[in-house]
Design a protein around this ligand. Structure first.
Ligand SMILES: [Zn+2]
Length: 98
């Protein structure tokens, strides 16, 4: 047995859409780059991150509530078109696999 602790704390984040807490790995990290929201699916981009479920309902709720500029401390509005397309494609791919 190694000296590792028995239960590692699972990092949790709050989804900016539905406001529910979830394990960090179940959420998509989103960062603001030059006024645009971008999906950071590898979690490697620098800066503040917002977290959302990989679901259009959560994304649309977050956009409607202007949660992204608030969560990312970005002045003005953020373009979410590219992000929405990414989530759309990701969810379509998920539904296509049995
Ligand atoms: Zn959510």
């Amino acid at each position: 047995m190694s000296g590792r602790t028995r239960a590692r704390a699972c990092p949790e984040r709050t989804c900016v859409g539905c406001r529910q807490r979830a394990a960090k790995q179940d959420l998509l990290r989103i960062v603001a780059v030059e006024g645009e929201c971008l999906p950071d699916h590898r979690g490697t981009l620098p800066g503040r991150g917002a977290y959302s479920h990989l679901a259009l309902v959560c994304l649309d709720q977050a956009v409607r509530r202007r949660a992204f500029p608030r969560a990312l401390r970005a002045p003005g509005t953020l373009d979410t078109k590219a992000l929405r397309r990414y989530v759309e494609q990701a969810t379509v791919a998920e539904q296509a696999t049995p």
